[in-house]
Ligand binder design. Structure first.
Ligand SMILES: Cc1ncc(COP(=O)(O)O)c(C=O)c1O
Ligand SMILES: [Zn+2]
Length: 421
């Protein structure tokens, strides 16, 4: 493992923009930029440390209409490889007045990340991981995935002309399997749950030095891509932070990085550093972080997932303790909802805002409802819900609940009858 004692040149070999080193979240030990993810001193997770140059709202606003407008805040070279028109980011922030009325809150926004190239926020993290992996000398893009990451890795690798190796649990939704396989990388279904697949990926990453497992050996870079969700929310609100944000939690990376993104914007003077509260959302069938939060614990005990929200089915979340930190530091909470509530959440968002989210979105909406009903979320404070994936990938969740009102012969009378006129 590389340490600070490594040759000083190692730190300057890679052009990763403002990134200067990897820093341990536990003990602060720093190592040069490399494909490392665990601290050599204490095994804590490594995170990118930066030296930011001058950044203004104007330079961001005049940048690409994608996550690359924030490239000076990410571990990527300033001349990051562009694929205009297929880049993730700058998805719509929707003022959700009808959902707000249904939930009983005043000002509500939905950040609709279904609009990304493979229809989830994972395109953001993969784009950053690929850009960093290219600088670090990798040639193969790989991941263990609960589904959306599989789509994003396979598609990004195809677009870049890279090989991909994608590992998924064999029980994954058919739509997520097919929408990965179509890109023609190597897709391997593993008999086991995500946590088994993740362990296997960690083993393979050690054995294949040219494979960049986006969420394993290049995880520090990958994770930074999630900051762009926070950056966009702030920019789209007119360069200010929302008072409350609700984020779905699987490994917990996304939640911690939205928090980090908000903090960086404040530190850099791009927004007023106004207080905000971060809330985590889980499905009860896989709610290790919510359980730890409710029990007042700092450690997250692993669980065996059993929920329809398969994209969030990570029983041993790597960033669980940091989710607890962020939520407690900002005055938020972590809550969980039943599968029944998840389906209701999907339907409520669809019925009120015309947005069809996957099960993770159902978790977010249903958790927001529960947090409001139990008084944990302030109905008078401006709130943003992160909708991170598309309902077309998890049709089974709603398949036996929705469908045609009637099947009729092609006659206007029959239609009127079916409509009860
Ligand atoms: C749609 C969707 N939302 C949210 C998440 C949670 O991401 P994280 O692992 O960063 O907590 C995932 C993870 O796969 C996901 O697929
Ligand atoms: Zn450490």
């Amino acid at each position: 493992m590389t340490t600070v004692d490594a040759p000083a040149t190692a730190a300057t070999t890679f052009d990763l923009g403002p990134a200067r080193a990897l820093s341990c979240r536990e003990c602060g030990h720093q190592v040069p930029l490399a494909a490392e993810f665990a601290c050599g001193e204490c095994f804590g997770p490594l995170e990118v440390a930066y030296e930011f140059g001058p950044i203004t709202r104007a330079t961001i606003e005049s940048g690409p209409k994608s996550i690359w407008r924030y490239r000076d805040l990410l571990p990527v070279p300033s001349d990051v490889d562009r694929h205009p028109n297929t880049e993730p980011g700058l998805t719509r922030l929707v003022r959700a007045d009808r959902l707000a009325a249904a939930l009983g809150v005043k000002r509500l926004w939905v950040k609709d990340d279904t609009g990304n190239p493979t229809h989830s926020f994972k395109d953001r993290v993969v784009a950053v991981a690929l850009a960093a992996a290219r600088q670090l000398g990798f040639t193969v893009l790989a991941c263990p995935s609960t589904g959306n990451l599989a789509n994003a890795v396979a598609a990004a690798a195809a677009r870049a002309g890279w090989r991909s190796v994608v590992l998924i649990p064999s029980s994954l939704e058919r739509a997520k399997v097919l929408t990965t396989a179509v890109y023609d990388g190597a897709l391997i279904a593993v008999d086991g749950n995500y946590d088994d697949v993740n362990r296997l990926a960690t083993e393979l990453a050690a054995e294949h030095e040219d494979w960049a497992f986006v969420n394993v050996n290049v995880r520090p870079y990958y994770a930074e891509g999630s900051k762009t969700l926070g950056f966009e929310v702030a920019e789209q609100l007119g360069w200010r932070l929302p008072e409350q944000v609700v984020v779905p939690v699987a490994s917990g990376s996304q939640l911690t990085k939205v928090d980090k993104g908000f903090r960086e914007l404040g530190e850099l003077g791009l927004v007023e550093p106004t207080p905000y509260r971060v809330f985590g959302a889980q499905a009860t069938g896989c709610s290790p972080v919510a359980a730890a939060y409710k029990a007042g614990q700092d450690v997250v005990a692993p669980v065996r997932p059993d929920t329809i929200a398969r994209s969030l089915a990570i029983g041993a979340p790597a960033d669980g303790p940091y989710v607890l930190d962020a939520v407690r530091r900002t005055g938020g909470a972590v809550e969980d909802v039943s599968d029944e509530e998840v389906v209701e959440g999907i339907r409520l968002l669809a019925r009120t805002e015309g947005i069809f989210a996957e099960t993770a979105g159902g978790v977010t909406v249903a958790t927001a409802k529960k947090l409001i009903d139990t008084g944990k979320l302030d109905p008078d404070a401006e709130t943003v819900l992160l909708i991170t994936g598309d309902g077309l990938k998890t049709l089974d969740a709603v398949a036996d609940r929705v469908g045609p009102k009637a099947t009729v012969p092609p006659s206007s009378k029959a239609v009127r009858e079916a409509l009860g006129f």
